[in-house]
Design a binder for this molecule. Structure first.
Ligand code: SAM
Length: 227
């Protein structure tokens, strides 16, 4: 039996990579990377030279087989994604499930993730929350936004910059002017930004922007929250 390590990587700031994460990557036999080129930058920075292989969402089923063969052969493998915690809106779930089913040890090396980082800086209630990840692009999208608007507890959504305004507009339709929202952009990076306000005030600000770039997590307070 072998060990599958789920190693969190920085969501923007390389200094967030932990000592234990580096030591783990140095100790394993191979590293499964969501994107070997993206991870190459990180591995080079920390002078980690280990065999890597690609493990992305589009070929996850097929790659799980390969990964299981390696584990079953007694090799210890680390799984890393492009950023943050593997398995969180990233490949990892299938591999982890199969590793459990095959009796391997699974060890997480925790680290940054955009969802709890955004939640923590939002200044919105963090005692309970729903992680929505990326909403479906078409079918079911509206229903999910409605559910978020109806929720009594805080929600966290990952959204791409070019869809942010459309998302806020739909949310505004269901949740109204008063709803508290925090848009967290480029967390841990040079141009980190938090815009925390009620939708009636926040939405026009984002509508007016000529271009919106970077990585964005949106925190939406529950329906009954007020301040
Ligand atoms: N596994 C990652 C995690 O643990 O958060 C999430 C990966 S998901 C493919 C990438 C999305 O996470 C981005 O589109 C954005 O919504 C969010 N995200 C990642 N880095 C971020 C950052 N520095 N600031 C704000 N949101 C970020």
């Amino acid at each position: 039996l072998a060990t599958l390590y789920l190693v969190a990587t920085p969501i923007g700031n390389l200094s967030d990579f932990s000592t234990r994460a580096v030591e783990t990557l140095q100790s394993v036999d191979q590293i499964a990377c969501e994107d070997t080129r993206t991870s190459g930058v990180l591995l080079q920075h920390f002078q980690i030279s280990k065999p890597t292989f690609s493990f992305h969402q589009h070929n996850e089923h097929q790659k799980v087989k390969h990964l299981m063969n390696l584990l079953n052969g007694g090799l210890n493998i680390a799984l890393i994604s492009d950023a943050g915690m593997p398995g969180i809106s990233d490949p990892g779930f299938l591999a982890t499930r199969e590793a459990h089913q095959n009796g391997h040890e699974i060890i997480a090396i925790p680290g940054p993730d955009a969802a709890t980082t955004a939640l923590a800086v939002s200044g919105l209630p963090c005692d309970r929350f729903i992680f929505e990840g990326f909403l479906p692009p078409k079918k079911g999208r509206q229903t999910r936004i409605q559910e978020i608007a109806e929720s009594d507890i805080t929600s966290v959504v990952y959204e791409s910059p070019h869809k942010l305004v459309r998302f806020l507009e739909k949310l505004h339709e269901y949740a109204g002017d008063e709803r508290w929202v925090c848009v967290a952009r480029e967390l841990t990076k040079k141009f980190e930004e938090k815009d925390r306000a009620q939708l009636g005030e926040l939405l026009p600000r984002w509508r007016e922007k000529k271009s919106i770039k970077g990585e964005i997590a949106v925190v939406i307070a529950g329906k009954t929250y007020s301040e």
